[in-house]
Write a protein that binds this ligand. Structure first.
Ligand SMILES: O=C(O)c1cccc(C(=O)CC[C@H]2O[C@@H](n3cnc4c(=O)[nH]cnc43)[C@H](O)[C@@H]2O)c1
Length: 252
């Protein structure tokens, strides 16, 4: 099974790659058209390629689509795409610092129009998509293996910086667990290629009033490595063919 993992920055990419082996072990680096670097952990039943595509949904979509196209043209298509990295946690739903979140919905939270009545998603204007829903059984299996919470992860182009905005997002997306900047872009590219998608985030900060000094990036990156150590086993179990039914007893 070939899995493409898309992060925003190199520190996240390296945290994911570290799950495949010791960090001081040499890793293959492949430059994709567009100049993005992939690190491969090949040869295992679940082979991960990890790409740092840049911050924000547009960079994420461009990098993901480029990698998926290159793989398809090389006759080695991916079976799954995972958007991964650190993210903000909604304290209202209990997403604690250092915890792991797996998305059951990947939602574009600011793709729409401002109206006198508030925010209107593009779908209410009659076009586009604002949500991708990963395969529920797969998302649940991956979350269980990682000890993660399962719920909505919103994608924003502007990091939330106030309690008012955090409350508005939580009201519009009941039960939302985390906020990040790439998941929806990755999911759009995966959908265009007909490849399943997941999003895995580890919480580095609380969504709300901006306090960069309070971000706990190190523990979140360590948690990201831990989550990806559990991914191959979860994928292998979740995608294994169901055992054949026992043959009916033969009565002469
Ligand atoms: O400064 C560092 O060492 C460092 C190491 C790893 C990652 C970073 C980032 O700043 C990554 C930006 C990335 O993180 C996501 N993120 C994290 N918290 C939030 C949030 O509260 N709201 C939205 N996005 C968040 C996001 O996906 C960014 O791409 C720095």
């Amino acid at each position: 099974m070939r899995v493409l993992v898309v992060t925003a920055v190199a520190a996240e990419r390296d945290a994911v790659a570290a799950a495949a082996g010791p960090v001081d072990e040499p890793c293959d680096e492949t430059a994709l058209p567009g100049g993005y670097a992939l690190r491969r952990a090949a040869g295992a039943p679940v082979a991960l390629d990890v790409l740092a595509a840049g911050v924000g949904p547009a960079a994420a979509a461009a990098g993901t689509a480029t990698a998926l196209t290159a793989a398809a043209l090389a006759a080695a298509p991916y079976d799954l795409v995972v958007s991964a990295g650190i993210g903000g946690g909604f304290t209202s739903s209990g997403a604690a610092l250092g915890s792991v979140v797996v998305a059951d919905a990947i939602v574009a939270a600011d793709l729409g129009a401002e109206t006198p009545d508030g925010f209107t998603p593009v779908t209410d204007l009659g076009f586009g998509t604002v949500a991708h829903r990963p395969d529920p059984a797969l998302a649940k299996a991956v979350a269980t293996a990682a000890g993660a919470a399962l719920g909505t992860v919103v994608t924003v182009s502007t990091v939330t910086g106030s309690a008012a905005r955090a409350a508005e997002l939580a009201a519009r997306h009941p039960g939302v667990l985390a906020e990040a900047m790439e998941g929806f872009g990755v999911a759009e590219a995966a959908a265009a290629h007909g490849v399943p998608v997941l999003e895995i985030r580890t919480v580095s900060n609380a969504v709300g009033p901006r306090d960069r000094a309070a971000w706990r990036i190190g523990p979140a990156l360590t948690a990201l490595t831990g989550a990806f150590r559990t991914l191959p086993g979860a994928l292998t179990a979740a995608t294994a063919p169901a055992p054949a039914p026992a043959p009916a007893p033969h009565h002469p």
